[in-house]
Design a protein around this ligand. Sequence first.
Ligand code: 13P
Length: 279
Amino acid sequence: MSLVTFNEILPQARKAGRAVGAFNIANYETAKAVIIAAEAEKQPVILQVYQRLMTDPYISALTTMMRNMAEKASVPVAVHLDHGATFEQVKLAIDCGFTSVMFDGSQLPFKENLEQTRQAAEYAHCHGVTIEGEIGHVPLNGTEAAVNIPLSTPEEAAAFAVATGVDALAVSVGTAHGYYCEEPKIAVDLARQISDKVAIPLVLHGGSGTPHEKVKAVIKNGFAKVNVATEFQHTFQLRLQTELQKLNGKFLPLDKLMLPATDDAVAHLRQLIRMFANP
Ligand code: 13P
């Protein structure tokens, strides 16, 4: 009932000055935590998977599970491929049943990124699937690129959005993926300038550890999708560690072991979803 593409949730969020949380799940428990949190907050949500999972032989099973959860959910849920690296990966995701895909050509020269993203967008739209592109580059923390982050320019972003026909656009305004080594410098003015020139929903990658005031400021400037992976998965992991320490080697069925970690992830996700909905 509630399985949607980006078009049912992101333009509406941008218009209302709020954002939809997009959370990278890795398994049944993390997917369940995202759905439970979104339902509790009565907000739409995006279940997304890292592109590396596309090489898993059971990716179509994971997709079926996510679609099934989305269909049963009381809130709109999109099932999205994060950072699709090749046209083949985008195709595979669409064949598996993702309702939305990202093609990330942000490390290619501008023209090549534009052309490959345009082709992926054409294919996605032919199949009723929405697509996100990226211009500028949001690097991985701890890498050289994260020291001198290649920011997007409003002109490039505007030209890219129009020429590719993407439904949402990830731009670089100073965030990076993973935990930061030092406080990030988020270019809120640049976010505003990009938002003035680009009408489609903008996407903030690298949500983990980004100061909340900055996240709220960019949401008010057209960023209608905020990606978070590291920090809520870490919450899950830390609780798992605590529970394992308590067990001290004793056996507990895995479904029971996972419950407290899932609960902690739900609490964490609820806070984020609430903040994104009321920046
Ligand atoms: P974080 O792991 O920094 O939250 O980034 C998530 C992300 O942007 C996924 O594309």
